[in-house]
Design a protein around this ligand. Structure first.
Ligand code: PEP
Ligand code: MG
Length: 928
């Protein structure tokens, strides 16, 4: 609305006398607190009358160099008059003084970050009236003393400790322990001394004029928007796009006026478990801060029914009104002043994951919200909480974290520290709970990682080895805790000057990344019928299928129980890390290396005698190579049989070996010596092979399909194991088996062409050997799209692929050029600077990597319009990325087992968001 000449914009919005100039939809103008006070006033609830100065004033205040905009003072005074009329009191009056509170309140709640000043208007005159009215001299003088302290501290910057020291001096003088033990005469002394302190620090007298107090308090609250702590809070919580804080000026009400007064906080439902009953606590004859100060123990809200039954009934009535109006659980503050109940604040209540799910379902049953609204209300964090054990929130409140890393795999874990995987296994076998603390983990550590209850690393990002493996198992992991210095040899960890040794107890929170010294109690929750209901409703809506990344029958089963519709990524390398297999696989690598070396020398040799000698060696080495391969075959087959059986006819995408071979070879001398003994290859030679296989940039090295092309026998054995297992399971169970063989790290279509041709030969052979018809197993051969080159030539690649699966971890690594293991060292700063919104390894960089994905989908489907396309990188379990995958037209997402429910819900939410965007666009089109 244009502002008429000579008139000022509306800066002040009144809520008094049952009418308000705003409502709950005006949070951006009035702030959350102001908008809700207006809404509640309109609902006819008893709200202490007041007015809200709009958040825009805060912006203008800074633009004008900390000055009020013109017209604001007049609007404040006009509104003060309205309050005086309704309350029949007067601000600054001697007879019937009006006392006010001034509180901050931005559109997004920033608890405790900004300032409040209470009891404005108190001076010697109004103090006397307060004494007369309340007949409580102690209360009045205590209010005055609190006011001077609050005003001095918040408005004038008098150091808090100066007042605190003074209070202590008086208490000591009279032998009192607690503030409440001071009588009114002693408080008069405190007030006198407080005023002296005020004068000493501010060089002015404590203001007695109520207007001066009010104006100064308003400016102070405006300034609290830009204190260091408020700025930091907004930064940490990613609060952006707000112009400032609203300022709420409101009539004071007192809960400390005797036995028919009190104050409390309550939730309209139980925030811990969602039970549909009033939940909270209160204190009789107390002020708001007494409830939180912990000096007196608050009483459960049900007791109010016995002490002040009329008010309790009223509170129950208000609970219903608020829930019907807001259609969500509310967290409210109330004060009872001499038998009259006032609501001071309401806001949407914070709740646990279990409670969020129960409340959403119950509210659908009550017809307060629709099923779709219920689905939109539940977050990935809610489900994460339900699926993993968490720290007891009460205990957590009193704990100070030691340090913080990345929340790599959610849940809470408490255990004794160990510094290598072997110790983790040993200690765990003795029945101890251990946290495996490593600089970083490597495939060699998996057995120990598996036995540990939690994993902590000092380096590595969200898709580092530790993070990916832990998430796959649903095990708690904090990665990249950079302040930690781990000395594996000394079995010691240093952090912020403290030293920890083997056996010390640590608690780690994989949902937040915090690390704590000592033990914190954990709580676990089970899957409720309400949780299952949410999954069912999501299933009815979603278009995306949800698969899981799993490489053992146990993990597969867990995922299937949570709703997975197949495996989207079975990383076969994980199957080689069990101790019994690792030694076979190490032998296999050494002999594969040696036979490849001899083959290439043989090609160059011309002298027959040399050839004969070398051919002999070759046949020996090759025999060993084949032996190792044949030992591996039944083991791999057993793995696949287990997985196929568990899947009961659902598809399984099995990826052929991906990591570079050096990752499997031993780093320590003892293991190298053992390997020399079993292979009969000299230690020197083994060390030479290890160093030759070592790569400076292994992520871009000899891995993925490059391995299969140069060591085809390894891929052959894997393909054979998959198809033989499929035939055996199909024969035995008479259920369909749908293997999808996935070739990793393809960049050029010829890599896939070669790999596919080779695999087809093996499959045909197996069919013949097993005497089954060609189509007995309906297998597919496809590829991962994880190299940008493959994405932009996806039409060529599609020719040889039955399916694509986006490996968004590597695609992000190679597309953005960030090492997935090291980028954590600077990504935080990148996010702070706003270069990236979020860690692109956690939430897909839609504008960049998303574009590569869109190109690949378009090109791939141009070639094969029914090409099946999924995603199996970590982003397959991230809701924001899932919205993108849904829109991009993917067939499925695949994620670690415990993220399956999150992906199911997010897929349904993606459909709802998409629908609402489309209908908004349609409406906008019609308007035009
Ligand atoms: C990927 O790169 O996204 C992927 C799933 O493979 P990995 O994480 O095993 O490299
Ligand atoms: Mg990859």
């Amino acid at each position: 609305m244009p502002v008429k000449k000579g008139k000022f914009k509306k800066y002040v919005y009144c809520f008094a006398g049952g009418k308000a100039e705003g409502d709950a939809s005006m949070k951006m103008i009035l702030g959350g607190k102001g908008a809700n006070l207006a809404e509640m006033t309109n609902l006819g609830l008893s709200i202490p009358p007041g007015f809200t100065i709009s958040a825009e004033v805060c912006k203008i205040y800074y633009e004008l160099g900390k000055k009020w905009p013109k017209g604001l003072e007049k609007q404040i005074n006009d509104n003060l008059k309205k309050i005086e009329k309704v309350t029949k009191k007067k601000f600054g009056d001697f007879e019937n003084p009006l006392l006010l509170s001034v509180r901050s309140g931005a559109a997004v709640s920033m608890p405790g970050m900004m300032d409040t000043v209470l009891n404005i208007g108190l001076n010697p005159d109004s103090l006397n009236r307060l004494i007369e009215k309340t007949d409580n001299e102690r209360f009045a003088w205590d209010s005055y003393r609190r006011f001077i302290q609050m005003f001095g501290d918040v408005v004038m910057g008098v150091p808090h400790f100066a007042f605190e020291n003074e209070l202590k001096k008086v208490k000591d003088k009279y032998g009192k322990q607690l503030d409440i033990e001071l009588n009114y005469e002693e408080l008069i002394e405190v007030v006198k001394n407080y005023k002296k302190i005020y004068e000493r620090f501010t060089k002015e007298k404590f203001p007695e004029k109520p207007k001066e107090q009010l104006y100064k308090a308003i400016s102070a609250v405006l300034e609290s928007w830009n204190t260091d702590r408020a700025i930091k809070y907004r930064e940490i919580n990613n609060i952006k796009g707000l112009v400032g804080t609203g300022v709420n000026v409101q009539t004071m009400v007192y809960g400390n006026m005797g036995e028919s007064s009190g104050t409390g906080v309550c939730f309209t439902r139980d925030p811990a478990n969602g039970e549909n009953k009033l939940h909270g606590e209160f204190l009789i004859n107390a002020q708001g801060e007494d409830v939180v100060a912990g000096i007196r123990t608050p009483i459960p809200i049900d007791e109010l029914n016995k002490l002040l039954p009329k008010n309790y009934k009223e509170l129950q009535r208000i609970r219903k009104i608020l829930e019907n109006n807001y259609r969500d659980m509310q967290d409210l503050e109330f004060t009872i002043e001499e038998g009259k109940l006032y609501i001071l604040q309401t806001r949407t209540g914070k709740r646990t994951g279990a409670s969020a799910v129960k409340i959403a379902i119950d509210m659908v049953k009550q017809r307060l919200i629709t099923k779709n609204e219920a689905l939109m209300r539940i977050t990935d964090d809610d489900l994460d909480q339900i699926l993993h054990p968490q720290f007891d929130t009460k205990e957590l409140k009193n704990k100070k974290p030691l340090t913080r890393g990345l929340p790599a795999s959610p849940g809470a874990a408490v255990g004794q520290m160990v510094f290598n995987a072997e110790d983790a296994e040993k200690w765990a076998d003795l029945g101890k709970k251990v946290i495996l603390c490593r600089r970083e983990t490597s495939p060699e550590d998996v057995a120990g990682m598996h036995k540990a209850v939690g994993i902590l690393t000092s380096v590595g990002g969200m898709t580092s080895h530790a993070a990916v493996v832990a998430r796959g198992w649903g095990k708690c992991c904090v990665s990249g805790a950079g302040e930690i210095d781990i000395d594996a040899e000394k079995k010691e960890m240093k952090v912020n000057g403290k030293i920890f040794s083997e056996g010390d107890i640590l608690s780690i929170n994989g949902s937040t990344g915090y690390v704590y010294q000592g033990e914190i109690k954990t709580v676990s929750s089970s899957l409720s019928p309400e949780f299952k209901m949410i999954m069912k409703w999501s299933d009815n809506l979603r278009k995306l299928k949800v698969r899981t990344n799993a490489d053992s029958p146990e993990d597969t089963l867990r995922a299937v129980q949570l709703g997975a519709e197949g495996i989207g990524l079975c990383r076969t390398e994980h199957m080689f890390f069990a101790e019994s297999r690792l030694s076979i696989f190490r032998r296999l690598i050494l002999f594969a290396y040696e036979s490849r070396r001899i083959e290439s020398v043989l090609q160059r040799l011309s002298s027959d005698s040399e050839r004969i000698a070398l051919e002999k060696e070759y046949s020996k080495v090759n025999k060993e190579y084949k032996k190792a391969l044949s030992e591996l075959l039944p083991l791999q087959k057993r793995d696949f049989r287990g997985i196929f059986k568990t899947l009961k006819g659902m598809p399984a995408t099995i990826r052929l070996l991906d990591p570079p071979l050096h990752e499997f070879l031993p780093k320590n001398l003892q293991e190298q010596e053992e390997l020399a003994e079993v292979t009969n290859i000299s230690l020197d030679r083994i060390q030479h092979i290890i160093s030759d296989l070592h790569e400076l940039n292994p992520m871009l090295g000899h891995r993925g399909c490059r391995l299969g092309i140069t060591y085809p026998e390894i891929s052959d054995i894997q393909v054979r194991a998959i198809i033989e297992a499929a035939i055996e399971v199909k024969r035995k169970t008479r259920k369909n088996v749908l293997p999808e063989i996935m070739i990793p790290l393809v960049g050029h279509y010829k890599e896939l062409q070669l790999s596919r041709e080779r695999a087809e030969i093996v499959i045909s052979k197996v069919f013949t050997e097993k005497k089954v018809k060609k189509g007995y197993i309906n297998y597919k051969i496809g590829t991962m799209i994880e190299i940008p080159r493959a994405a932009v030539t996806a039409d060529e690649v599609a020719e040889f692929a039955d399916f694509f699966s986006f490996g968004t971890n590597d695609l992000t690594q190679m597309g953005a050029g960030f090492s997935r293991d090291d980028a954590g060292k600077f990504l935080d700063e990148y996010i702070e600077l706003g270069i990236y919104d979020k860690d692109p390894f956690q939430s897909l960089d839609i504008e960049g990597i998303g574009k590569l994905i869109s190109i690949a989908i378009e090109l791939g489907r141009k070639k094969k319009n029914k090409l099946k396309i999924g995603v199996c990188g970590e982003h397959g379990g991230d809701p924001k990325s899932i919205y993108f995958f849904n829109k991009a037209g993917l067939d499925y997402v695949s994620c670690s087992p415990l993220r399956v429910p999150i992906a199911i819900l997010a897929s349904a939410q993606a459909v709802l968001i998409q629908k609402s965007i489309v209908s908004k666009k349609k409406k906008a089109g019609k308007k035009k």
